[in-house]
Design a protein around this ligand. Structure first.
Ligand SMILES: [Zn+2]
Length: 146
């Protein structure tokens, strides 16, 4: 379960829309303080390439990001990316996840995030203890705080 401020969710949608420009996927990371379990208070738009059907986060950028976040006491709790059409978790999404620890969340937003800011039509997967991804209800897992 994670809690995210509406403002952070809104900023996430803005990144996804602006960068995706209605023709490319985009990805953002949700981070929060290590000491506050489940809290997301930061959206990170990582250096990445993208096409209409996928994205790749820059490897060296990720190494720098982990060090930088650790220095600030922040951790990544979820990754969020767009699909051109309906939201689901592809096998590529399964294998390209940035974090492979149980409980890590991967949210997919449909239609290049052009819809209303919220969880309508979104698909959420969670990494299980056995390493497999499992679909869960976004509304009961992501709490949007005003
Ligand atoms: Zn982007």
């Amino acid at each position: 379960m994670i809690a995210i401020a509406k403002e952070v969710l809104k900023r996430s949608f803005e990144h996804l829309r602006d960068c995706g420009d209605d023709r490319r996927e985009c990805v953002v990371l949700w981070a929060g303080p290590l000491t506050r379990e489940g809290v997301v208070d930061e959206v990170i738009h990582p250096l990445h390439t993208a096409s209409a059907v996928g994205y790749d986060i820059d490897g060296p950028y990720v190494s720098r990001l982990w060090r930088e976040l650790a220095g600030r006491g922040q951790t990544v709790r979820a990754q969020v990316h767009t699909h051109p059409g309906p939201a689901y978790h592809s096998s590529r999404d399964d294998s390209c996840a940035l974090v492979h620890t149980p409980g890590y969340l991967s949210l997919v937003i449909p239609n290049f995030a052009k819809g209303a800011v919220g969880l309508d039509g979104c698909f959420l997967a969670v990494r299980g203890d056995d390493g497999a991804w499992e679909s869960i209800d976004p509304r009961s897992t992501i709490v949007i705080e005003q």
